[in-house]
Design a binder for this molecule. Sequence first.
Ligand code: ZN
Length: 463
Amino acid sequence: MRPSKRRILIRGGTVVTADSASVRDLLVEGETIAAVGKLAGVAADERFDVSGLLVLPGAVDTHVHFNDAFMGTVSVHDFASGTRAAAYGGVTSVIDFSNQRQGEPLLGTVERKKGEAAGLALVDWGVHPVITDPSPETIAGIQDVVIAGAPTIKCYLTYRQEGLMVDFDELKSILTALRRAGGMLLVHAEDNDALEENIPRLIRGGFVRPIYHARSRPPEVEAAAIRRLIDAARLTGGRLFIVHLASSEGIGLVASARKEGLDILAETCTHYLIFTEDMLRRDDGIKWICSPPLRTPEIRDRLWEAVRDGIISQVSSDDAAYSWKAKLLGVGRFDLCPNGIPGIEARLPLLYSEGVVRGRISLSRLVEVTATAPACMFGLAPRKGSLEPGADADIALLDPQAKWVMGQETLHMAADWSAYEGIPVTGKIVKVWSRGDLIVDGEDLIGEKGRGRYLHRVPWPAA
Ligand SMILES: [Zn+2]
């Protein structure tokens, strides 16, 4: 007879979902959640009394760059260090970008990531293919990656010199093919013509400090690209997802496009909600060079409102962990600094501290924008992002009273510097389960690398 599955009872915590927050018990059986409710008398192999703690669905981060070759360097988060930092931050599912190489069949982007993750991933992981070579063969390969469980593809409207950019006609062909295959197109929305005009002009004029990174990519550059994307959605009927939205104009454009009935979604990222462009005026301003750039306090506040009211559907980390040596390429030339901030671990505690504790969003909205909505939008629901019976037992316990100072000493990310140095935080992740395995217990990492599985994601049903 098969031995019965191991049962874990997590008792007395406040179970938070996208709809509610109330004191309930949670029973895990094997890899999945078996029951939620009053379960005092239920037999279990192991019990945890978690009264006073918040019981959250493990967070889902759909925007990370592991082993990412970009701007003369490679990100230091691989599948071991990246998913380890994720786990410490309460994240139990990640979706990584895989840039297509010139001439590479699109399916190769998924296969390569399987190779990179083998034996290393601590939590479950998926792939977004990034189209950089939109040949007829690539377009024909879209169906293949959707079938392979990667139904969300990304395109860049800039980074031409990095070999990442596609033009608008190419984007429309990709969007049309993806619509037929049931997938969604993620787009980095910044107008390349404006950037290729602004950046050399500023550099020639001697405006080389980090703040000019923001001046070279003002909100209008983002809005111009989003306007064209809305046209593309209108023309093709395809589903678009705007990554790292960071402008008031963009919020307005997305809101009106959705009112019009277009299939457009948007996210923002932790750093746009926490920092403003003032960070770029500091002597160490290169730390905060990312694209789109950090904005004004007014735009930051508008982004919080849009997260609260639902125009922005989720908050991801855009984890792009370049070494300090690589970031130093930007000293004296903002345009040479690898764009990106390590943030996979910081997201959930910071959004709790700056969002929930400060009254900007509710606890349920926090769960929705970090777990439930990403799982739904990216083809992982109902398995991930939920605490319903039948879902994977991916659970993060957060101590809402714990006070700590975020920074290089307290975080577990692999970069040798932190953009989040010295930030006082209320709320700390204290335990994390992934498919029923306790993988983080306080400061202890218990889960073994290599246990994370490929997330075969399913396309949304056609609208
Ligand atoms: Zn990114």
